[in-house]
Write a protein that binds this ligand. Sequence first.
Ligand SMILES: N[C@@H](CCC[C@H](N)C(=O)O)C(=O)O
Length: 360
Amino acid sequence: MHFAKMHALGNDFMVIDSVTQKVFLNPKTIQALADRHRGIGFDQLLLIEPPYDPDTDFHYRIFNADGSEVNQCGNGARCFALYVTLQGLTNKNDIYVTTNNGRMILSINHNTVKVNMGAPNFTPKKVPFKANTPEHFYMITTAKGVQLCGVVSMGNPHCVVTVDNVNTADVTGIGPLIENHERFPERTNVPFMEIVSPTEIKVRVWERGAGETQACGSGCCGAVAVGIRQGKLKPNTPITVHTLGGDLEIQWSGVEGEPLFMTGPASFVYTGKINSNTIRQIRALHLAQLARKQELAAQANAASAPTQTATNAQTSAPVQNSTAAHNASSANNANATLSEEQAQAELENDPENFTIRSNA
Ligand SMILES: N[C@@H](CCC[C@H](N)C(=O)O)C(=O)O
């Protein structure tokens, strides 16, 4: 399987063209490939498919590092535009694409891409977010206190928390608590925004399914949309957004229903080829490592809660052990090299595979 490694402000991607080659993927394979120690390592995987709509040039799908499929990715959109241009798949400056979120127009100028991200949507049901009416501010109660935030969909959910200082914000502590909060039935991304001036902000994002990333395009768009709606940022003016990985320029009129525009760079890192045997091995070793981690966590729990040891020993421990044993044995099996055809057939026949549209 041929792929490219790309990034946009350090938010990194594995990009796979399934128009010209057969690809077999499922959530576990994606998680394994995303592993930064045993796999290729990335925040998101972009899968290019033939157009679903005859008026567009391409369709692409987006998967988080945890294997979940999502509908929107701002930095991914810019990398996608650069990829299809550099690979000679299009020579258009305005590229029409669809994702699971609908249509987008990507305008490329050298390594800079302007993306029409569509209209921010503040309707709770569309996010989805549990609230009766759309409000400018919501209070979300977490184990780390009550957070004052704004909630918006940019095609994907964002819960924007305004902080005094992004450098000291507890992104990795509060982020996962809000990501998995019961008011977000499909989980959420959590941008932390520091207002520098009405035209400048700093943003760090805890991403759903990927953890804190160097930058999150849709998260920065969500922050600007919420900042304008809450009266903290200026509408109809380019807003400079500083992320850990660099700067974006984002502009929105502030009028509901009108699109928001994001402009920023995209970078190509390398192209690679990975064969089916290697994918099998990466997957098996990743699963074995996961089981090992679960076992260690169970042991640590048992040690810190002596009164529960007997119950754990009778119930969860045998299950953990059998999972670990199963994964360890698949790790060993994966070390036995198959012919490429056999390895490919094994990947191809995994019942958890997604359906992928391809011309290959
Ligand atoms: N990094 C992306 C967003 C990727 C998807 C997100 N984690 C989600 O689950 O919605 C961006 O640049 O927008």
